[in-house]
Design a binder for this molecule. Structure first.
Ligand SMILES: Cc1cc2nc3c(=O)[nH]c(=O)nc-3n(C[C@H](O)[C@H](O)[C@H](O)COP(=O)(O)OP(=O)(O)OC[C@H]3O[C@@H](n4cnc5c(N)ncnc54)[C@H](O)[C@@H]3O)c2cc1C
Length: 420
């Protein structure tokens, strides 16, 4: 079967790999000049299934409203009354209760742990895919004693999903992460999650793309998709800007990240995906002994700092302000200060490259996967703030569905039907 994968972000590339592995003829279409040049380019690099959970949680509404009044708050909203944003927010509010949170978290955990296993098996398979992967865990650090009251709830959830953890006091934290010896940041305690890993999703996607191209997968880059013409219950092709004839295939996998709703709306499919902007900086490591090994999650600032090969990446912030991906220098300065506080030596913070990207957020949390009302159109989008962690799993699930196999993960609450 010929399958067109629309979008070469980390979600699309993972799907393309599993589809190719199933023996399909695969074509990949993306508007950019290569793979993973949008949201999958500069994320925090955290492969953290234990963190996978919805942003919609009990207490979040109050937290967001409080932060809206702070100048350097990690969360910001624009006040423009955009109907799509308002509809998204109304759904998000409806999911901020204990019952919905639990159901959504379970769904995301199901995909995230499955995905981690898929990624590890792909990384161990001998494919020439080097993405600075290492499994040194996550250190979720609490600066203030008052933050430690969060620990009980977090560890209860970790136990429920059988995720191993250790609570570390101040000195034990420094023993676990010797590079913190020079840190100026206060440490009240930390949760260490040994099974988590880190890796560069842009490198992963570009290596995978290069490998797949050698195997005969065809890549159409610089190809902006403008429409998906349909007839009855089938998609007839992919209309690409500047090309007179549509690209055709037997099946289409839509992995367009935050842009997915725009191509689906004319087909009568309404996806509640809205962009949540975040920022990152990437700086060279000058002294590896003074740079982090585990991914450090600064819980107070909601910033993750991870090691990607010979670089350190720090990422965070959440802005609900539409599709503008410009870099705000104030946010960059903030990220630099956070890194300086934790790792004052050994990281070339003045040489850092800044980036901003748009997380494709669903209001409830889980990604949107699988079949649509069109018999040959499949979804692989809405990966939100855990998309790198989930990409291999969602790619495998979607490839299984396209191929006609039962996915290894229960699809309850993961398809577009949940919004019907
Ligand atoms: C600051 C930040 C930190 C993050 N940290 C983490 C983390 O630590 N761990 C984690 O698991 N996740 C993290 N994420 C989330 C993760 O990066 C995303 O969920 C993931 O990259 C989404 O991948 P995607 O392939 O769905 O979307 P994208 O990477 O955006 O891919 C979509 C592709 O579609 C293409 N496209 C769009 N429209 C068109 C069109 N009309 N025609 C042709 N092509 C088109 C784009 O060019 C793009 O290549 C973070 C995100 C941000 C912003």
């Amino acid at each position: 079967m010929k399958v067109a994968v629309l979008g070469a972000g980390v979600a699309g590339m993972a799907a393309a790999y599993y589809l190719w592995r199933d023996g399909h003829e695969v074509v990949v279409v993306d508007r950019r000049s290569g793979a993973a040049l949008e949201t999958s380019f500069g994320n925090a690099g955290g492969l953290c299934p234990s963190f996978a959970g919805p942003w919609a949680a009990p207490g979040m509404i109050g937290k967001v409203l409080k932060m809206a009044l702070q100048r350097e708050a990690p969360i910001r909203f624009s006040l423009s009354p955009n109907p799509r944003k308002l509809a998204w927010l109304a759904r998000w509010v409806g999911n901020c209760n204990a019952e919905r949170f639990r159901a959504n978290k379970l769904r995301m955990q199901r995909v995230a742990h499955y995905s981690h296993a898929c990624l590890k098996s792909l990384a161990a398979s001998g494919l020439p895919v080097d993405f600075d992967y290492h499994e040194d865990g996550t250190l979720q650090v609490f600066r203030q004693a008052s933050e430690l009251k969060l620990v009980k709830g977090i560890t209860q959830a970790l136990d429920e999903y059988e995720v191993p953890w250790r609570f570390l006091e101040g000195d034990e934290v420094r023993a676990q992460e010797p590079a913190l010896a020079a840190s100026h940041a206060p440490i009240a305690g930390a949760l260490y999650l040994p099974r988590d890993g880190s890796g560069d999703s842009h490198k992963f996607a570009t290596c995978l793309a290069a490998y797949l191209a050698q195997q005969g997968v065809v890549f159409h880059y610089g190809a902006r998709i403008t429409a998906l013409p349909s007839a009855g219950d089938r998609i007839e092709g992919v209309r690409i800007e500047g090309q007179s004839t549509p690209l055709t295939a037997d099946a289409y996998v839509l992995a367009l990240g935050p842009q997915a709703p725009f191509l689906l709306r004319p087909l009568g499919i309404s996806l509640p995906i809205y962009p949540m902007k975040g920022y990152s900086i990437t700086a060279p490591i000058h002294d590896p002994s003074r740079a982090p090994r585990a991914a450090l999650m600064d819980e107070y600032n909601k910033v993750m700092i991870s090691r990607l090969g010979d670089r350190v990446r720090a990422a965070g912030m959440a802005e609900l302000k539409g599709y503008d991906a410009n870099v705000d220098p104030g946010r960059v300065a903030f990220l630099k200060n956070v890194v300086r506080e934790w790792f004052p030596q050994g990281v070339g913070i003045e040489e850092a490259q800044a980036w901003a990207g748009l997380r494709p957020m669903t209001p409830d949390g889980p990604a949107i996967l699988g079949k649509t009302r069109y018999r040959n159109l499949y979804l692989d989008c809405g990966h939100g703030s855990n998309g790198w962690t989930q990409a291999c799993g969602t790619g495998k699930i979607v490839a299984d569905i396209v191929t006609g196999r039962e996915p290894e993960v229960d699809l309850e609450g993961l398809t577009v039907d949940r919004y019907a």
